[in-house]
Design a protein around this ligand. Structure first.
Ligand code: PMV
Length: 346
C-alpha cells in the first residue's frame, strides 16, 4: 500500500487569471504559504485491473480525522483525466531521475482533514496528493522513488508541473513553507528572515461557492481593473519576496492585505459583478483594518470565498487564538501552521 499526504496552501499574492487555461499557466506570479495539518491523504492499494481507479472510500491511515470528498461526475472525470496525465508524464520523466516505470493497477482513496467548502483549497491539496501517490505507484521500486523524492528537488519541480495541469494552485503544495509560482514552475522562496508562522481560518460560511474559481479566473479579465493588474502584481511580488527574505512582517502583512482587496475588487467590478463576501466577512475586514496599520500586524487574506485567513508568528499563537475566539465567538476557527509540502507516509 502507498500512502501520501499533501497540504493545502494559502496565497498572499494571488493566482487569478489564466494565460493558458488548458495547461493552467497563470497570467501573473503568485506566492503562498504551505499549510501542514490541513491536508489531503491519498492511498493506493494494488488491484488486478489496469490503471488507477478512484473510489469514494476512507483511506486506512489512522490518527487523522478524515472526510471523503463528495465528487460529482464532472469532478470524477477530472480526476480520471489527471491520473492518466500522471501515468504518461511519469513514463517520460522517470528516466531523467534513474527511476524505473511500471504499469500497475491500483485503487485510489483520498480524504481531507478539513470539511468541504471550508475555505481551504481542497483542489490544491487533493491534486498534489493524487499526483504524488500515482507517481509513486508507477515507480518500479518505491524505496528508490522515496529516496529520489527526498533528495532531488528537480523531481518535486517535475511533479508540481504535472499537478499544476490538474489544478493550478496545487503546484505550490510540493514545497514549503514559502513558495513562488511563475508560468510553469513553482519553487521555494528564500525567506530566511521569516519566523515560524501559525495559521487560522475564520469560517464565515461553508456553503458551496456560487462562482467556482475556474469561472472567476475568466470573469476577472472583464473588469476595468484588469488593465495594469499583471504589472501591479509583478511589483507587489518583488516587494513581497524582499519582505519575506528580510523577515519584514509589517511589509508582508501590508502587501498581502492590499492584494486580497485587489483580487476581490476584480470580482466586484467584472462584467457580471459577484462577491464572495458575507456580512461576517465585512465585519471581519473592518475589525482587522486598523491592525494592519499597527507595528506588529497579523497577515490577513481571503481566498476566492468568504472565509478569513490569518497568519501570525507561532510564538504568539495562544494570544491570537484567544483574541480571535473573543471577537469571532460565533464562528468555527480552524487552526494550522506552516508546513513543508507533500510527502510519502512511511
Ligand atoms: O487553483 P485554482 O484554479 O482553484 O485557483 C485558486 C485561486 C485562488 O485560490 C483564488 C488564489 C490562489 O492563488 O490560490
Amino acid at each position: 500500500m502507498i500512502s501520501v499526504r499533501a497540504p493545502s496552501n494559502i496565497a498572499l499574492i494571488k493566482y487569478m487569471g489564466k494565460r493558458d487555461s488548458g495547461k493552467n499557466i497563470p497570467e501573473n506570479p503568485s506566492i503562498s504559504m504551505t499549510l501542514d495539518a490541513l491536508c489531503t491523504v491519498a492511498e493506493l492499494t494494488p488491484s488486478s485491473g489496469k490503471g488507477i481507479q478512484w473510489v469514494p472510500e476512507l483511506p486506512q491511515v489512522s490518527g487523522l480525522p478524515l472526510v471523503v470528498p463528495a465528487l460529482k461526475d464532472e469532478g470524477i472525470g477530472k480526476v480520471v483525466r489527471h491520473l492518466e496525465r500522471v501515468r504518461s508524464m511519469a513514463k517520460e520523466i522517470f528516466p531523467q531521475f534513474g527511476l524505473g516505470f511500471q504499469e500497475s493497477g491500483f485503487v485510489l482513496k483520498t480524504a481531507n482533514t478539513f470539511p468541504p467548502s471550508s475555505g481551504i483549497a481542497s483542489s490544491a491539496s487533493s491534486f498534489a496528493a493524487m499526483t504524488l501517490a500515482a507517481a509513486a505507484g508507477f515507480a518500479r521500486d518505491l524505496e528508490v522513488f522515496d529516496r529520489v523524492w527526498n533528495s532531488e528537488a528537480r523531481l518535486r519541480r517535475a511533479l508540481a508541473r504535472v499537478s499544476r495541469q490538474g489544478s493550478g494552485s496545487s503546484c505550490r503544495s510540493f514545497d514549503g513553507p514559502w513558495v513562488f509560482w511563475e508560468l510553469e514552475d513553482a519553487v521555494p522562496v528564500q525567506a530566511s528572515g521569516m519566523p515560524e508562522m501559525a495559521h487560522f481560518v475564520i469560517l464565515v460560511k461553508t456553503d458551496p461557492k456560487r462562482v467556482s474559481s475556474s469561472e472567476a479566473h475568466s470573469l476577472v479579465r472583464t473588469s476595468p481593473l484588469w488593465d495594469g493588474r499583471v504589472e501591479r502584481v509583478e511589483t507587489r511580488t518583488r516587494l513581497m519576496m524582499a519582505a519575506l527574505e528580510a523577515g519584514d512582517l509589517v511589509g508582508v502583512a501590508r502587501i498581502a492585505w492590499s492584494e486580497a482587496w485587489e483580487m476581490h475588487s476584480l470580482f466586484h467590478t467584472c462584467a457580471e459583478p459577484f462577491s464572495y463576501w458575507e456580512p461576517g466577512t465585512i465585519d471581519g475586514l473592518h475589525w482587522f483594518a486598523p491592525m494592519i496599520r499597527e507595528s506588529s500586524p497579523p497577515i490577513v487574506t481571503l481566498d476566492a470565498g468568504p472565509n478569513i485567513h490569518v497568519i501570525v508568528e507561532k510564538k504568539f499563537r495562544e494570544e491570537w487564538r484567544d483574541r480571535l475566539k473573543g471577537h469571532f465567538a460565533g464562528n468555527v476557527i480552524l487552526e494550522d501552521q506552516q508546513g513543508k509540502g507533500a510527502s510519502l507516509i512511511r
